[in-house]
Each structure stands twice: as structure tokens, then as C-alpha cells.
Write a protein that binds this ligand. Structure first.
Ligand code: COA
Length: 327
């Protein structure tokens, strides 16, 4: 009896925002953005689309891929830092859209590590309670709603999107998640955050005037911390499973920045052609990014049964984590 990924689906909004578009909005250049980040364009949701709408579109595709009806779901976990409302949870809002009446639903906040965290929580639920058979795990973000479009340090980096994964028990197969390593370090909350809007600094006219509801980031600090955390957790999961870098078919890192991914791959001795990247098209979509990659890898048949796929993520919190999959 193993826990398998039975379906994957993703969705990105139609509207494309190119680097050339950003040149008209802030003092930047296509050359600067490409050379510092590898990003060429990103998707931006329509005003009327909330995160749950992006999640819904991705969820329908994942359910179809898994040949599963929404009513069969036992749990829905939505990982997001751009929830529809502070409460109720976006997972509950999504439940209604899907008609997944049997499921219990909750949001999980681990910033860009959200999908990796949620996969671990989901598989733990399946393992610990045999009443649960099918779980929908989603990373969904409308980052355009929390990006300061006048801040060139951050607005060039992020994009909107959603990715959904169905995990379930399968009597015929072995576990597809071989090993997991998650970590957090609350000593670095200041390097990546949104200062206001919570109980510490509730929303007020002043917080709006001071633009405290947007992402703040110390880019260079994040860069260094990200590389170290992703490398060490990746090493841990490979060691635990007895799998070497040479055996990894795909390294699927959180799509933060091309230079971060390159540094991680180098330190793990994984050649660049085995590092999956789509950040040139989507930018950093936080909790959605790894799922967007997995969906493309599966749809384009870039992976076969038995291949090792290494997921690694890093985000605000700090949070980080790696998961080694056997496809
Ligand atoms: N266009 C043009 N210039 C820009 C710019 C932009 N969009 N954004 C910043 N700059 C300027 C800075 O103001 C700075 O100018 P200064 O030297 O006059 O002050 C200069 O470019 C260099 O900035 P620096 O911070 O040294 O650039 P960098 O090489 O560290 O790259 C990041 C900046 C943000 C791309 C990089 O630090 C990064 O990717 N960090 C990680 C971010 C991330 O992934 N966050 C999410 C994690 S989940």
C-alpha cells in the first residue's frame, strides 16, 4: 500500500506582463531583469479573479487527471500567502466551488515552501488515518495583489498562478514520496514579509499611505539564505533515501531566480539540463511554482515511472523544504 500522486493540474491567467511592459511602469530594463533573474514575462490575474478562482481552475484539471470526483476528496489543503480573505480559509471557499462536500479544508501558510509543506502534511494524514483516501493539495497565488508596482526591487520578480496535486492511497503501488526534509527559522522574519494587515499592525489609513501592505524583501540576504537551505535539505532527502545526484532525473526547485537555481544545482552536482525551469515564462509564483513545473513535466512526458524527481523550496518565514519523489 503506497501513497501516490494520481493527478496534477495547473492554471495561469491569460494576461502576460513582459519585461518591456515593466519598463514603462518603473525604472528598469529587460536586460537588467533577464540578467539578474532569468525572468522574461509573468502572468497577472484579472481584477475579478481571486486566488480561489485560480485554484479552482487548477483543481478541476488535477481532478480530471486523477479521474476523481470532487465528492471523493477527504481533505483540501490550499497553500497561499494571497488568500481570498483573512478568513474563512481559501480552502473552504474552494470547497464550495468544487462541491467537495465530504472534505475538511484548511489553508497552510509557508510562503514559497507551501506546496512542499502541504504535500508532507497531506501524505502524513493519509498515513496516519485510514479513513482518508484522497487529498487535494494546492499552491495558488495572486501575488499581483500584494506586489508594490512602484517598487522595482520586487515588482519584476513575481507572477500569478496555481497548481493542484491529488494524492491518494494505492494498494498496487509503492510510496512515491521517498523522503522529506522541512525546516523553518523565525530569526529571519524581516528579510521577506508584508509588514501590516495582521494583528501586529492592523490596516489603517496610515499603513495604506506608507505602503505597508506590500511585499518587502532584502534581496541579497534572501539569496544567500535560499541557496544554503535548499542545498542542505536536498542533500538530506537524497541521503535518507540512498539516492545520489547522478540518479536525479529532474531537480524541480522553487522558481525564485535563475541565479539561485544555478547555484543550488552546482552545489548539488546536478547539471543544468536536469534542472527544470519555467521562471522565464511565469516568474516567481510562490507556492504555485513547483506545481507549475510538475504539471509541465508530467504533461510533456519528460519523466517516466521509476524516475527520481527532487523538489526543493524556500520562502518567507523563513521556511524551506525538499521532497524526493519516485515517479
Ligand atoms: N531594475 C533595475 N535596477 C534594479 C532593479 C530593477 N528591477 N531592482 C534593483 N535594482 C538596482 C538596485 O537598486 C541596486 O542599485 P544600487 O546599487 O544603486 O543601490 C542595483 O540594482 C543592484 O541591486 P542588488 O540588490 O545588488 O541586485 P542583486 O544582484 O542582488 O539582484 C535580486 C537583486 C532581487 C534579483 C536578487 O537579490 C534576488 O533574486 N534575490 C532573491 C529574491 C527572491 O528570490 N525572493 C523570493 C524568495 S522566495
Amino acid at each position: 500500500m503506497g501513497i501516490i500522486i494520481s493527478g496534477i493540474g495547473s492554471y495561469v491567467p491569460e494576461k502576460v506582463l513582459t519585461n518591456a511592459d515593466l519598463e514603462k511602469m518603473v525604472e528598469t530594463s529587460d536586460e537588467w531583469i533577464r540578467s539578474r533573474t532569468g525572468i522574461e514575462e509573468r502572468r497577472v490575474a484579472a481584477d475579478e479573479q481571486a486566488t480561489s478562482d485560480l485554484a479552482y481552475a487548477a483543481a478541476l484539471r488535477a481532478l480530471e487527471d486523477a479521474d476523481t470526483q470532487a465528492e471523493e476528496l477527504d481533505v483540501i489543503i490550499v497553500a497561499s500567502i494571497t488568500v481570498d480573505q483573512v478568513f474563512p480559509s481559501t480552502a473552504c471557499i474552494l470547497q464550495k466551488k468544487l462541491g467537495a462536500s465530504r472534505a475538511f479544508c484548511f489553508d497552510l501558510e509557508a510562503a514559497c515552501s507551501g506546496l512542499v509543506y502541504s504535500l508532507e502534511v497531506g501524505q502524513s494524514l493519509l498515513k496516519s488515518n485510514h479513513r482518508y483516501k484522497k487529498i487535494l493539495v494546492i499552491g495558488a497565488e495572486k501575488l499581483s495583489s500584494i506586489v508594490d508596482w512602484s517598487d522595482r526591487n520586487t515588482c519584476v520578480l513575481f507572477g500569478d498562478g496555481a497548481a493542484a496535486v491529488v494524492i491518494e492511497r494505492d494498494a498496487e503501488r509503492d510510496d512515491c514520496i521517498l523522503s522529506t526534509s522541512l525546516g523553518s527559522d523565525g530569526n529571519h522574519t524581516e528579510v521577506l514579509n508584508i509588514p501590516a494587515g495582521g494583528s501586529r499592525i492592523p490596516a489603517s489609513e496610515q499603513t495604506v499611505a506608507e505602503r505597508l501592505h506590500y511585499i518587502r524583501m532584502a534581496g541579497r540576504d534572501v539569496f544567500k539564505l535560499a541557496v544554503n537551505a535548499m542545498v542542505s535539505s536536498s542533500k538530506e532527502v537524497m541521503e535518507e533515501a540512498g539516492v545520489t545526484s547522478e540518479q536525479i532525473k529532474w531537480l524541480v526547485p522553487h522558481q525564485a531566480n535563475y541565479r539561485i537555481l544555478k547555484a543550488v544545482a552546482q552545489r548539488l552536482h546536478i547539471p543544468e539540463e536536469r534542472v527544470y525551469m519555467n521562471l522565464n515564462r511565469f516568474g516567481n509564483t510562490s507556492a504555485a511554482s513547483i506545481g507549475l513545473c510538475l504539471d509541465e513535466i508530467a504533461r510533456d512526458k519528460l519523466v517516466s515511472t521509476g524516475d527520481y524527481v527532487l523538489l526543493t523550496a524556500f520562502g518567507g518565514g523563513l521556511t524551506w523544504g525538499s521532497i524526493l519523489l519516485k515517479w
